[in-house]
Design a protein around this ligand. Sequence first.
Ligand code: NAD
Length: 515
Amino acid sequence: MAFLLKSLPAAAAATRPLAATTMRRAAMPAIMRSMSTSANSACEPDEPVFLQCVELYYDRAAKLSGVNPGTLAHLRAVDSMLRVTFPIELEDGKYEVIEGYRAQHSRHRLPVKGGIRYSEEVDLQEVEALASLMTYKCAVVDVPFGGAKGGIKIDPKKYTVDQLERITRRYTMELCQKKFMGPGIDVPAPDVGTGGREMSWIMDTYRQFNADDVNAAGCVTGKPLSLGGVRGRTEATGLGVYYGIREFLSYPEVQKKTGLSGKIEGTSVIVQGFGNVGYYAAKFFEANGAKVIGVGERDCAIYDPNGLNVEDLYKHHRSSGSFRGYSASAKILEDPIKILEEECDILIPAALERQIGLRNVDKIKAKVIGEGANGPVTPAAHESLEKRGVVVVPDLLLNAGGVTVSYFEWLKNLSHVRFGRMNKRWDETSRTKLLEVVQETAGRQLTETERKAVVHGAEEADLIYSGLEDTMIQACEETRNTANIKNTDYRTAAFVNAIQKIATVYEGSGMIFMN
Ligand code: NAD
């Protein structure tokens, strides 16, 4: 892949790495005042911004965690923050200055890990909030990484593919130059507005600067398979959302609270955001017998109590750019956020933060809210939902499937071998031998289909899916146990578990002075 850096040379660009503490204290009040309005439509003006939401959730759990106050204070703060600005040349020969960020919240384990978001809403506090959540999320699912997040303040829809490539490569160059990237330092992944294409550009640019790094493929995850990606990464977050909700529905206490049967089959589901997380979550719910009755996007939402066909709807949306004209029987909601207020069993916000706040929380009718997105529910709304007996399965647990499979991809890149390559044939041969003995003893030959099912050795995709499922089941169970022991909600319980796990690393490593 060619190195296409057509923007101004590095020396001409204004780049400003900043110590996190300086940046946060100086910039926070202005940032809070200048919060974008679109992410606020569900919130009252005095509700906390995203970073404050995460901090409020953290503080609540910190009190229950039994962890040393020094460790708690250290863990709460963002370690370091990079802010860069750089120009790119537009079609008409004019230059536009682009703003990008990367926050590393906690380096108690390396590398740090977190997605890169392309959105006009990206700002300092959002990136810090997302980086913090990443730290806790990794701990909840026992992924041995610290948390990070990056973002570029652009609407990717307004740029050509060539411009997006130049922006991505230039941003990556800044990360490389400032040592904010590398397989053992900081490993980005896709988030809102980015995907496999951007990850390939990032990897290629990293390689230009680190030609002798034998582990270069591990500098970023969410890559296409042909460039070192892993099977199952694309759908991992949506699949994790499905696994997580399936687990919670199976708990008797959740069934009692919600009146649901405990099975996914027959439930009605609404999804907000039809991108990577929302689309795949909807697909897995549908494939397992749920009825997807509503989907919300930026411009409008679609609702049909008889059920929507997820794949057909997705194709229609991809080709026309809207849900309009999909079906005569479905209702179109001109104000897309209203989809959250429609009747359903399971509501999956999978778009942006702060979508359920004090302005709309009383109108939410779902029995279970599964946070596919990061931070979709504000603390006040969360409290109100809990009081009403709505089960909220929190982001740091439920959408951790993405980072879990990113971890598997990183392991694959560092080991330089596809999962299953070394043992598949061996497993199949051993099982065939065992089967022959069993068949002889039992006096019955299996059919060819039965035989294949028994001897089949695990392929990469089998191992990834099973690793993800096991991780989600275990993390859900741990969260549930803590919630029951501490008599608290699932969000607080997940935070408590994360804080306690990270504290053992902090305190064991001598990262803070212990009395
Ligand atoms: P994406 O860009 O693939 O999809 C987001 C979708 O939401 C887009 O289709 C967009 O048009 C839509 N959208 C934007 N604003 C909207 C609004 N106001 N109302 C309704 N829809 C709107 O992004 P994604 O990767 O699916 O991420 C979605 C959420 O999930 C984010 O909060 C992200 O941080 C979180 N998340 C993503 C991953 C991952 O692996 N991609 C992992 C964990 C968490």
